[in-house]
Design a protein around this ligand. Structure first.
Ligand SMILES: Nc1ncnc2c1ncn2[C@@H]1O[C@H](COP(=O)(O)OP(=O)(O)O)[C@@H](O)[C@H]1O
Ligand SMILES: [Mg+2]
Length: 247
């Protein structure tokens, strides 16, 4: 599904942040990326999603058989890539439901499809809201306006389930991830995952991986993947910290 070959990216001329990333994600897999602060984890997800603050200087990002390095972020989204925190903006007057409706119809338009019929959309909203214990009044609230940390999280995961991407990337940077928010993310990911899609979870916190069972755990440090293992690597990191790998 995703193959990254020797990816180098910089933030400005000469300031390289990703220094040769190699990563392969197959359908049905969940990968976790861990690593110390400033390692380049968020940069990696942003570069995959196509955020324009970064320049790819070398390497390829092959998604579903195509190199997407030159694609705009929207094109990548239309091809089935999702990055949480892509839309953290507050939009007064635009409800949670209307926002996701617009995003779904954008995707459909890019594929030459007409808008999703209202009935179908409603059924989908209902199904996914139920999965995340989202109440009806929440769906009618203005996007992110006055949302608590947990509500933001819930909305994000709701967007993921609604858009149903091929590859979902979740960047769990939020230091305020309490146990409820962890559960929301984990339950969402677990109900999302199937044989045909894949998930990349980026986290500083081992705790999240108590609830999401990753197939692979990668440690990113100083712009490179320095170690890959199974979920026991996360436990080892919890116990020993990152230092034993860095020396
Ligand atoms: N937009 C940016 N402007 C300047 N420096 C950045 C930017 N994004 C990332 N960096 C720098 O790149 C490095 C990696 O950051 P980041 O990818 O956020 O790390 P992580 O998510 O692993 O904590 C850090 O040194 C950070 O300061
Ligand atoms: Mg980060």
């Amino acid at each position: 599904m995703l193959r990254i070959n020797n990816l180098h990216a910089q933030i400005e001329e000469g300031v390289e942040i990703l220094k040769g990333i190699n990563l392969e994600i197959k359908p049905g897999e969940v990968h976790a990326i861990m690593g110390p602060n400033g390692a380049g984890k968020s940069t990696l997800s942003s570069v995959i999603a196509g955020k324009e603050d970064y320049e790819v200087t070398q390497g390829e990002i092959i998604f579903e058989g195509e190199n997407i390095v030159e694609d705009a972020p929207e094109e990548r989204a239309h091809k089935g890539l999702f990055l949480s925190f892509q839309y953290p903006v507050e939009i007064p007057g635009v409800t949670v439901t209307n926002f996701i409706k617009a995003a779904i119809n954008e995707n459909r338009k890019a594929k030459g499809l007409s808008d999703m019929p209202a009935k179908e959309l409603l059924a989908l909203v209902r199904e996914n809201a139920e999965k995340l214990s989202i109440r009806k009044d929440f769906l009618g609230r203005s996007l992110n306006e006055g949302f608590s940390g947990g509500e933001k999280k819930r909305n994000e995961i709701f967007q993921m389930l609604m858009l149903n991407p091929k590859l979902a990337m979740l960047d769990e940077t939020d230091s305020g991830l309490d146990i409820d928010a962890l559960r929301i993310v984990a339950d969402g990911v677990n109900s999302f995952r199937n044989e045909g899609n894949a998930v990349l979870v980026i986290t500083h916190y081992q705790r999240l991986l108590d609830y999401i069972q990753p197939d692979y755990v990668h440690v990113l440090a100083d712009g490179k993947i320095i170690k890959t293992g199974d979920k026991s690597l996360a436990l080892e990191l919890e116990e020993k910290g990152y230092d034993w790998l860095l020396n």
